[in-house]
Write a protein that binds this ligand. Structure first.
Ligand SMILES: [Cu+2]
Length: 153
């Protein structure tokens, strides 16, 4: 009676290892823009050094009402922000969040989110364990300038 579940478990394990590999994520320190009109963009880089895909599914912080996954898209010469359910983190690739592209949008940041302050972000993934990183609050123009100076940074 006990053999069948055991065999099934073994088959599942083998399948998980060979078919999908394991993600291995590395998250950079983050930078948040000084809040403007009740929101703030967060700049951050996530690298997947493993051989399995993953996805960013949520970001939490105590420093705001919430954080949304956004992408800026140009439609009819107008920039619009689209809210995403999750952001794929393919094996071997680096995903950059920054103004003008994929970004994290902090909704209703609290009073402590001021120039020079720091706070913590916890990133939640489809497969990997959560990762916490520190965000420093900077001027939005500085963030945008850095992104333009080095499009690959
Ligand atoms: Cu946004």
């Amino acid at each position: 009676m006990a053999v069948l579940p055991w065999l099934l478990g073994l088959a599942l394990l083998a399948g998980a290892c060979t078919a999908t590999g394991s993600p291995e994520l590395e998250v950079s320190a983050a930078q948040a823009a000084v809040p403007l009109a009740g929101s703030s963009q967060i700049v951050l880089t996530i690298s997947n050094l493993g051989d399995g895909d993953d996805a960013l599914v949520a970001v939490d912080t105590d420093a705001a009402l919430g954080i949304e996954l956004h992408e800026t898209r140009i439609e009819d010469d107008r920039a619009t922000m689209v809210s995403l359910e999750q952001v794929p983190l393919p094996a071997g690739e680096t995903v950059r969040f920054r103004p003008g592209g994929l970004h994290l949008m902090m909704i209703a940041p609290d009073d402590e989110v001021v120039l020079g302050a720091t706070f913590e972000l916890t990133l939640r993934f489809d497969r990997s364990d959560p990762i916490t990183t520190t965000a420093e609050v900077r001027d939005l123009l500085d963030l945008a300038e850095d992104a333009l100076d080095d499009p690959d940074a």
